[in-house]
Ligand binder design. Structure first.
Ligand SMILES: [Fe+2]
Length: 384
């Protein structure tokens, strides 16, 4: 008890909680919308980054803009994976006469390969077919010393279109008149921790990109334009190995099970941040285990915060299973790899097979600036 006459400070929670605060707490750290406009809005309503950032950028044509132009709903289409036309010995991407000058090192026995001595920009169609198969077989490819960053917007768009219709993101910033590119642009003089660590201890958002779409992506390219000397690694977990390790009983339980993948929260957050959405948001049910059209292998298809629930289960049951699977993916260090970025790096992964996570650990004056090419693939399916 306080002594008579002394002052006691009584600590009580605020009585009024604003709705936006609640939403921020729940959503901001969990969903990236790619919104970082701090520049002008032009006469067409296009938002951009500040002139200061424009002047400081080595790749201004790749800086993000946010255009209010809207797009129709994405339609279903027939998809044929280019990996089905590959040479099983990869003679087109690794020609025998050039083997001595190509370095191929597996990052782990099961997942990921680092490659030097090939220019992705020089691959012909048969080389691209081999690339599609190789990424399916290895899950992640990390190519060094690449020149795609200097090849311009049109070149990179054509490269991506070879593999499938390019996805246009529902919210993220894109180079002016090129909505097909998803731009990652984070400067370290911005409070990057505002989104990531104000209300949580670790990023922990393991996901497969835009899994809420009817035809989520397969092969996916991420090209570094500018980045810090160290930090910003991308983590990948192998959905095939994660599935394989489950017990026969649990695999049996997952047969025929579907999850709801929703883009609604990301779209709503974008509007809340003062940005746009390019399409009406969607949600789709996808099998929790999907089969790869090239390898025939099954993988766990769990996508972080896009997955809202498992169909057919009651709330507590769904939460229990989803939490188990998400924690299993996040903690499975023996089926994960960590890809480091350096100047000229292009990482390519198969979003059908791997689940990935970004790290926001870099400091200093340099930001990160990357572009993603995201061809859509088949509608996810499972086989018996
Ligand atoms: Fe991602």
């Amino acid at each position: 008890m306080a002594a008579q006459g002394s002052t006691v400070t009584i600590k009580q929670p605020n009585e009024t909680i604003q709705q936006t605060k609640i939403q921020s707490r729940i959503f901001y750290s969990n969903f990236g919308t790619g919104f970082s406009a701090d520049g002008n809005r032009d006469e067409n309503g296009v938002l951009s980054v500040s002139n200061k950032k424009l002047e400081a950028s080595k790749y201004p044509e790749w800086l993000p803009t946010w255009d209010p132009k809207t797009y129709p709903k994405l339609e279903s289409f027939e998809f044929v994976d280019k990996g089905l036309f590959a040479d099983p010995e990869y003679k087109n991407i690794f020609p025998p006469e050039k083997r001595n000058s190509i370095e191929v090192n597996d990052i782990s026995p099961l997942l990921g390969t680092e490659i030097r001595g090939i220019q992705l920009s020089e691959l012909d169609d048969s080389g691209k077919n081999d690339l599609a198969r190789l990424v399916a077989e290895r899950g992640v490819l990390v190519f060094r010393d690449q020149d795609l960053k200097d090849k311009g917007l049109e070149f990179n768009k054509k490269l991506g279109e070879y593999f499938g219709p390019l996805h246009i993101h529902q919210t993220s910033g894109a180079p002016r008149d090129y909505p097909e590119f998803h731009i990652v642009y984070k400067k370290s003089d911005e409070p990057i921790t505002k989104f990531q660590y104000n209300d949580r201890l670790s990023g922990k958002n393991w996901h497969s990109d835009v899994s809420y779409e009817l035809h989520p992506p397969g092969i996916t390219f991420l090209v570094l334009l500018e980045g810090p000397k160290t930090g910003g690694d991308t983590l990948f977990a192998d959905g095939v190995e994660a599935y394989e390790r489950l017990s026969p009983h649990f695999k049996e339980f997952l047969k025929g099970v579907t999850c709801c993948h929703s883009g609604f929260t990301q779209a709503n957050l974008s509007k809340e941040q003062g940005s746009y959405t390019r399409r009406e948001p969607v949600a789709h049910n996808h099998p929790i285990v999907r089969t790869h059209p090239v390898t025939g292998k099954k993988s766990l298809y769990i996508s972080g915060n896009f997955v809202t629930h498992i169909n057919g289960l009651k709330l507590e049951e769904s939460d229990l299973i989803l939490n188990f699977l998400k924690n299993y993916i996040a903690s499975g260090y023996d089926f994960q790899i960590r890809a480091k970025w350096e100047e000229g790096t292009v990482a390519i992964w198969d979003n059908r097979r791997v689940i990935h996570a970004a790290t926001f650990d870099w400091r200093g004056v340099t930001g990160r600036h990357l572009f993603r090419i995201t061809p859509q693939a088949e509608r996810p399916y499972d086989t018996d």
